[in-house]
Design a protein around this ligand. Structure first.
Ligand SMILES: [Zn+2]
Ligand SMILES: [Zn+2]
Length: 646
């Protein structure tokens, strides 16, 4: 008998040679029907792989990330089989599972795969899947493996095998199809009930532009048709909310090839929105005792040598800027922290001066390959809502708590009701990987765990995920259509105070090192606004939206009256515009809807005579007649409600 330990700590005794599927059945037959993959100790295995020693076993269904991975990995085999049948002579290369689905890179020779071919590939895939044949893994000698692919003239697989050691090569068979594979499959093809080709793209072998160009076929598959339908609906919804599309429609930001890849240009409406976000946070920070600082966009290379940043990232960063004379080297600022450390050092500090909290909307520049850039979420220049708090070790817990409060305040004001937090701790088995004393780590980790619990955060703890300089807390928000985005972060740091030799005089008259907290509730303005656009589909909270009201005269006769209305609304701190174009009122309403302006006032003869306003709410339609004062109260109450959390 062998002892099988399950993730919840339960232990099962089963005959030696039992499989993960046997383990699943020993739990329940119903559960076993959904189990598609397993991990034995740290190895992903087939559910039919015999277990010969005591082991930790994790069982996966499609609902688990690892289960999906096995499902999509196996689906890639079926896709390759379908492509072989449809494109005789096609050469297979690699086909991994990815975050959403999988792809297979193939060399189709002279042929190309077009969108018109997707249906035929999908049909063939499903026909093969329905045969419900088992996936089975077998050992193969290096010589035999090479012989198979040499005979087929597949130089790609030959190259892959040549880099493998004899004795560790396996093939996976299902029906008449065989592929070089390490394993990790679902039991059989029949479990895959729905499949769609998502796209095709060009890809170079080994991502090397000097090598052959291949066709990458992206697909996704599910164990139920309903799940595929839901996934496609989600994609449609995501497309409508895409911040790149809405950013253009709402006139928020733009990119220019001439300015450069990944360098966003904020247009007036976007810049004002961003300004309001900054003001909102600045106000909250001022209340919380932060002090504003401003630092330059470049810094002497020596600064980043001192911080350790240059050694770690220098080669993958923008390269130093040289002065024409004097031989100085500067770097575009990749992070604000070293600058803030130098600010700390401008005056001697005593224990009574701490904590000090320096805040800056600091613009930083990081090199990203042009292929990696994506709208506002992956850019080369961005502004962090950064702050660095320097405190005594005994103040850490309290400071951490206050930072969490601030992050929660921000999320709440912007309508991110659902979020989770990840606590990253050091790996206690590998303490030498981290800097700082055991005592300080212990204190910092406990401070994060304790304060997160006190604040009622929904947290997961990841051991070994801490930065080498300290533990951290990262926030993931769930948007309106269920996608998760990483936003804010709070990090404890023992490294920079050490490197910059930061000190304060303690009550014992000795010099001590402060602890540093890095924090950014938004993360970056660019990323945050991108996520916010997609979360609210461009329907910003009223306090933030570019225009709160569009005033639409029914004919040009009323343009002047409308301008007067706007003036008096401005006096109530309400912003908007008059659409005085020579257009039909229907057109003006439609355009204001596209711009997602929350309120529309339709002004014609009746309104001008009675002095009342006919109000339309975006997405709702007419909401009735208001006096100017009542309308202003309505707007301002909504503004207030959204920025003051209950
Ligand atoms: Zn495989
Ligand atoms: Zn920092």
């Amino acid at each position: 008998m062998i002892k099988i330990t399950l993730p919840d700590g339960a232990v099962k005794e089963l005959p030696k040679g039992s499989t993960p599927m046997d383990v699943a059945k020993s739990i329940s037959e119903g559960f076993a029907r959904n189990v598609i993959s397993a991990k034995v100790n740290d190895n992903t295995v087939e559910v039919t792989t015999p277990i010969t020693t005591d082991a930790n076993v994790t069982l996966y269904t499609f609902n688990d990330t690892d289960g999906k991975k096995a499902f999509w990995h196996s689906s890639a085999h079926i896709l390759a089989q379908a492509l072989e049948k449809l494109y005789p002579g096609v050469k297979l290369t690699i086909g991994p599972a990815i975050e959403n689905g999988f792809y297979y890179d193939v060399d189709t020779g002279e042929e190309t795969i077009h969108e018109a071919d997707f249906k035929k590939i999908e049909d063939k895939f499903l026909e093969l899947a329905r045969q419900k044949v088992d996936f089975s893994l077998r050992d193969v000698s290096k010589a035999d493996a090479l012989a198979k692919y040499k005979a087929e003239g597949n130089e790609y697989k030959v190259e892959l095998i040549e880099n493998l050691a004899d004795g560790e090569i396996t093939f996976c068979d299902h029906s008449d199809f065989t592929d070089l594979c390490r394993g990790g499959h679902i039991p059989n093809t029949g479990i895959v009930k729905a499949f769609k080709v998502m796209s095709v793209a060009g890809a170079y072998w080994r991502a090397d532009q000097t090598k052959n160009q291949l066709v990458r076929v992206y697909g996704i598959s599910f164990p139920k048709q309903k799940l595929l339908t839901e996934y496609l609906e989600l994609l449609e919804e995501a497309k409508k909310r895409d911040h790149r599309k809405l950013g253009k429609e709402l006139g928020l930001f733009a990119f220019s090839q001439k300015v450069g890849h990944g360098l966003p240009l904020w247009l007036p409406a976007g810049a004002m929105l961003r300004e309001r976000l900054e003001q909102f946070l600045k106000k909250a920070q001022l209340k919380a005792g932060y002090l504003p600082v401003i630092t330059p966009h470049i810094g002497n290379k020596e600064l980043y040598v001192c911080s350790g940043h240059y050694e770690k990232y220098g080669a993958d960063s923008f390269q130093p800027i040289l002065t024409p004379h004097e031989g100085e080297e500067f770097l575009l600022k990749p992070m604000n922290c070293p600058h803030h450390c130098e600010i700390y050092k401008t005056s001697p500090k005593s224990y009574k001066d701490l904590p000090v909290r320096y805040a800056e909307f600091g613009t930083v520049y990081r090199y990203e390959q042009s292929g990696e850039l994506h709208g506002l979420t992956r850019v080369r220049g961005f502004t962090q809502d950064d702050a660095h708090l320097f405190c005594r070790p005994d103040q850490l817990e309290d400071e951490f708590k206050k930072v969490i409060d601030l992050v929660l305040y921000v999320f709440k004001a912007l309508g991110f009701e659902e979020f989770t937090a990840q606590i990253s701790l050091r790996d206690p088995e590998n303490k030498e990987k981290y800097i700082g004393t055991d005592e300080n780590w212990e204190k910092a980790e406990q401070a994060i765990i304790k304060t997160s619990a006190e604040k009622g955060l929904d947290t997961v703890i990841e051991t070994g995920e801490a930065a080498f300089y300290g533990p951290k807390l990262d926030f993931m928000v769930k948007d309106a259509i269920g996608r998760k985005w990483q936003l804010g972060t709070i990090q404890v740091d023992y490294n920079l105070p050490e490197r910059f030799e930061l000190e304060y005089k303690g009550s014992d008259n000795e010099m001590h090192r402060p602890v540093m907290i890095h924090r950014a509730p938004f993360g970056s303005m660019e990323r945050f606004i991108a996520v916010l656009i997609e979360h609210c589909a461009g329907n910003f909270p009223l306090w933030l939206t570019p225009d709160q009201v569009a005033i639409l005269p029914i004919s040009e006769k009323y343009n002047e009256s409308c301008k007067n209305i706007l003036n008096s609304l401005n006096n109530y701190d309400i912003r908007g515009f008059v659409d005085d174009r020579n257009e039909k009122i229907g057109r003006k309403i439609r355009d204001a809807e596209v711009k997602k302006v929350p309120y529309m006032l339709i002004i014609g003869e009746k309104e001008v005579e009675s002095g009342s306003l006919a109000v339309r709410r975006h997405g709702k339609g007419d909401i009735g007649e208001f006096t100017e004062k009542d309308f202003a109260d309505l707007v301002n109450q909504e503004v207030e409600k959204l920025i003051i959390p209950s």
